[in-house]
Write a new protein. Structure first.
Length: 118
C-alpha cells in the first residue's frame, strides 16, 4: 500500500522511489528514466512522438525495466498534456480484495455488473 487505509493501518509514506510528472509540452522535451525503473507515459490530451512512436490522446507507452539510465525523447505536434510515472518494480503479486475483486472477477467472466458472475 502506497497511501491510504487498510483496516487499522494508515500509511502515507512511499516505501519505494517513484517519480510522477504531469504537465503540458509544446515542442521537444526529455524525461529521465533511472536505472532499474519501469515507466509509463500517458497522453491526456494532444498528440506527438514518444521515443520514435506516434501517440495520441489516451495512448499509453510502457518502458520496460531499464538496465541503464535512459532519456525519453518527446515531441508534441502542437500541445500535449501528459502523465509520466516511473519507479522501481515492486515485483510482488497484486492482491485483489473487496469491491475491486468483484469487478475483477466479473471482468474475467465477461460480466461487468458486480455480484452477477457467470
Amino acid at each position: 500500500m502506497l497511501a491510504g487505509n487498510l483496516g487499522t493501518v494508515t500509511h502515507l509514506e512511499n516505501p519505494m522511489p517513484v517519480n510522477i510528472y504531469e504537465g503540458t509540452i509544446t515542442g521537444e522535451f526529455e524525461l529521465p528514466i533511472a536505472k532499474g525503473y519501469n515507466s509509463y507515459f500517458y497522453v491526456l490530451v494532444g498528440s506527438g512522438v514518444v521515443s520514435e512512436e506516434a501517440v495520441d490522446t489516451f495512448d499509453l507507452t510502457h518502458f520496460e525495466e531499464t538496465t541503464d539510465a535512459k532519456i525519453v525523447h518527446i515531441t508534441a505536434n502542437e500541445s500535449m498534456r501528459f502523465l509520466f510515472i516511473s519507479g522501481e518494480p515492486i515485483k510482488a503479486p497484486v492482491v485483489v480484495r473487496g469491491r475491486f475483486q468483484q469487478v475483477f472477477l466479473g471482468y474475467e467472466h465477461g460480466v461487468i455488473v458486480p455480484n452477477q458472475p457467470k
